[in-house]
Design a protein around this ligand. Structure first.
Ligand code: SPV
Ligand code: MG
Length: 430
């Protein structure tokens, strides 16, 4: 009897999967690999069912002889283990970015004469509806809110700044092929700098919370990934407790507040402008009050330390980190505006020598030479790319405006623009 292998990365079985199973049976005995949680997040999206539920769901389908775990997007390990005569898959994997996986399988099968079977991909109204149901579930506050903690349990989380529905879609949908695997962002950062800049306002807590919540809403309406909210100083404690309740109710996963008081200016100004750091007991009080106001175990309150930005030294930064954790902070963000990542690395190593658990967050805007992998080696759990989408869009838009003024028509800029068709297809209609 010949053997057939396929890999499923799905929370539901629809007619497309059943079609693959039916087709597979014409060739031999079918083994189905269930992609594990970590790989599912990289490849597709966060599973709404546990691994065990997914495994049981597939094992119960007639025609499935065996179910195994596939713990990598690439098939090297499973193919070495099973040596199947055939690998069967929907032909959607011929398109980018999944085609790298098909290429990988093709190469592996060629080594011993195995074959790929491409089955026409089933994408009809029923399948679309099932797919939409999963997306809607992932969007719901109770599912989205806890996802940051779930992702942290799987490994390092990378977030990108968003400030609108459109930038949210970029964070949601951008997938690239990298080192033979696929990669995408895990979470979104609603930056005070970029949210303010998009409104043409300075980053001084001038854009009020109602307006910031409106941005969150715009992003949430079109995305499923978890949100980390830049809460600036959090304002006065009496107001911050209400902010926490609202964010939690909306389905935001975490708020980061910085230990500054008075008129907040952007950290990347450093000591060029007057900025006052909050004292430890007062900031601890804010954290304690917010943790008390919180209603679920899912939400995270992360304390951001400005000691390195304000040149108060490493000892001060570490003292604050431990004091804020003691007050109940669910994570620590350490910020720096040096190009050299040395002080960030030193902080992380010294903090981790004492505290192995509390998540560390960094924003490598200035110290952008360090990679996510290197940061992970020093115990960093969340990496936030805090402003790069805004900074890339602005020069492109400015140049287009200048050129239209220069040529008195738009023909000269057209080559570098996204086509209207691409714009339209970016936005899905319900
Ligand atoms: C933001 O993105 O608004 C931040 C990070 O707070 S930074 O601009 O580096 O202070
Ligand atoms: Mg900010």
């Amino acid at each position: 009897m010949k053997t057939v292998y396929t890999c499923f990365c799905t929370d539901i079985i629809h007619e497309g999967h059943l079609n693959i199973i039916n087709e597979a049976q014409k060739y031999g005995e079918l083994t189905v690999g269930i992609l594990d949680d970590k790989s599912s997040v990289r490849y597709n999206r966060f599973p709404t069912k546990s691994f065990e539920e997914r495994r049981a769901m597939v094992a119960a389908i007639p025609g499935v002889a065996k179910v195994i775990t596939q713990d990598e997007i690439f098939y090297d390990k499973v193919i070495a283990q099973l040596k199947p005569d055939y690998v069967i898959h929907g032909d959607n994997w011929k398109a980018e970015p999944e085609c790298v996986i098909r290429d990988n399988v093709e190469k592996l099968l060629q080594q011993y004469g195995g074959e790929i079977i491409d089955v026409p991909y089933t994408y009809n109204e029923n399948v679309k509806r099932e797919d939409a149901k999963i997306r809607e579930k992932l969007m719901m506050p109770e599912y989205r809110r806890k996802r940051l903690r779930q992702l942290l349990a799987l490994g390092q989380v990378k977030a990108i700044e968003v400030h609108s529905g459109l930038t949210g879609l970029i964070a949601e949908k951008t997938v690239v092929e990298r080192d033979g695997g696929l990669d995408q962002f895990d979470a979104m950062w609603i930056s005070s700098l970029c949210d303010s800049t998009a409104k043409g306002k300075p980053d001084i807590e001038l854009v009020d919370m109602t307006s910031r919540f409106r941005t969150i809403d715009d992003v949430m309406e079109v995305t499923t990934k978890p949100i980390i909210f830049d809460g600036d100083t959090g304002g006065v404690t009496e107001h911050f407790v209400y902010t926490v309740r609202s964010l939690e109710r909306m389905g935001v996963s975490a708020v980061i507040i910085e230990d500054k008081t008075g008129l907040k200016k952007n950290s990347l100004f450093g000591t060029e402008v007057e900025q006052t750091q909050d004292d430890i007991p007062h900031f601890q009080e804010k954290i304690r009050a917010a943790k008390k106001a919180q209603l679920t175990d899912d939400f995270m309150i992360i304390a951001r330390i400005e000691s390195l930005i304000l040149e108060r030294g490493m000892e001060d930064a570490l003292t604050r980190a431990h004091a804020f954790v003691e007050a109940g902070a669910d994570g620590i963000m350490i910020h720096s505006r040096k190009k050299d990542p040395a002080e960030i690395v030193e902080f992380c190593d010294k903090f981790r020598a004492v505290n192995k658990e509390t998540p560390i967050v960094v924003v490598p805007t200035s110290f952008n030479v360090i990679t996510e992998e290197e940061l992970a080696e020093h115990g960093v759990n969340i990496v936030i790319y805090a402003n790069q989408l805004t900074r890339s869009a602005f020069p492109a838009m400015e140049q287009t405006a200048k050129d239209i003024l220069k040529y008195h028509r738009a023909k000269e800029v057209d080559d570098r623009l996204m086509s209207i068709k691409q714009v339209i297809s970016l936005i899905e209609e319900i």
